[in-house]
Design a protein. Structure first.
Length: 322
């Protein structure tokens, strides 16, 4: 074979290999596991996908975006994690603590990005928020619980007791209740606890707590969030207002809520996913608390309970429902 022909063949082969490699590299495989569907977590997932689109990734073109929900069952989250790891995606995303824990336990090789996780250290996802050393990092949605107590106190100046329903099987919920107790103690406020191991238990637990409390605090507990209508109904039946740890509870009848815009949390999560897709190591991506929070007030819900919302709250609110 002449040198010129040999060079042409080598060049063609190089172009063929280059084209194949480029095509493979251009399809980003992102697998998302979400513990349960409810407005806050759904908003985070939507924000994640939109954030990826904004970064130039399009489903069906250069993005293979898979999503499954565990329907509130940690055992199903484990099954999803094992399935995903077997498929070897480029990035795994765990929305909420149980799903993130299942993914992290299933692999030490595939990068795992968590989001909407209250206490990543307590959940044993990372040892050090500032310097993740394994294959896991992401965003926390640690609620400003002390501000929630102050919000309840501002709404009800004579507040002496706060009720809370939570799932003791969720590490994030346990952390939030501990923070609630600490904040309430500083104001001399008693905390009345009710537990619900599944969504179907939330309303009955709230019925008991509502009769013993001046206000019910609805935390960013996934079991509570998936049954927030039942909790609000039980509280309303006892003329007890609900203060939300998430603004997603406002349309369901919470009187006031201070929390993250979970769509924005999802968009911020997309930044982490893209960084990994671009080759950045997990160790260069510190875990952190998501940015931004909103105050929302449901004046219509307050009116039904005969409550007058202070002007100080209305003036600060980023959203008011009448």
């Amino acid at each position: 074979m002449k040198a010129s022909k040999l060079a042409a063949v080598v060049c063609a082969a190089a172009l063929s290999v280059g084209t194949t490699t480029s095509t493979l590299a251009e399809t980003a495989r992102v697998a998302v596991s979400q513990i349960v569907e409810h407005p806050a977590l759904d908003a985070a997932r939507n924000g994640l996908l939109d954030g990826l689109i904004a970064k130039g990734y399009t489903q069906g073109e250069n993005l293979d975006f898979k999503y499954q929900t565990a329907q509130g069952n940690p055992a199903i989250a484990v099954q999803i994690a094992r399935q995903y790891v077997g498929e070897q995606p480029d990035v795994l995303v765990g929305i909420a603590t149980p799903s993130a824990q299942a993914l992290a336990a299933a692999t030490r090789d595939v990068p795992v990005i968590f989001t909407a996780v209250t206490d990543p250290v307590g959940a044993k996802l990372v040892k050090n928020m500032d310097a993740p050393s394994g294959n896991v990092t992401g965003l926390s949605d640690l609620s400003p619980v002390a501000q929630h107590v102050a919000l309840a106190k501002e709404l009800l100046p004579n507040l002496s007791s706060i009720g809370v329903v939570y799932n003791p099987g969720e590490a994030n919920a346990v952390t939030l209740v501990e923070l609630l107790k600490e904040a309430a103690e500083q104001h001399g406020i008693k905390v009345i606890e009710g537990t619900a191991l599944k969504s179907a238990d939330v309303q009955s637990a709230a019925q008991v707590v509502a009769t013993q409390s001046d206000v019910i605090y609805a935390p960013t507990d996934n079991t509570v969030a998936s049954a927030i209508d039942g909790l609000v109904a039980a509280a309303n039946a006892a003329d007890t207002p609900v203060i939300g740890g998430s603004t997603s509870y406002i349309p369901n009848g919470a009187v006031a809520a201070l929390g993250f815009d979970y769509y924005s949390v999802g968009v911020q999560t997309a930044d982490y996913v893209v960084a990994v897709l671009e080759g950045k190591p997990i160790s260069s991506l510190p875990a952190k608390v998501a940015e931004g929070s909103d105050l929302a007030v449901n004046r219509a819900a307050a009116k039904k309970l005969g409550l007058e919302v202070p002007a100080s709250l209305l003036d600060r609110a980023s959203r008011i429902v009448d």
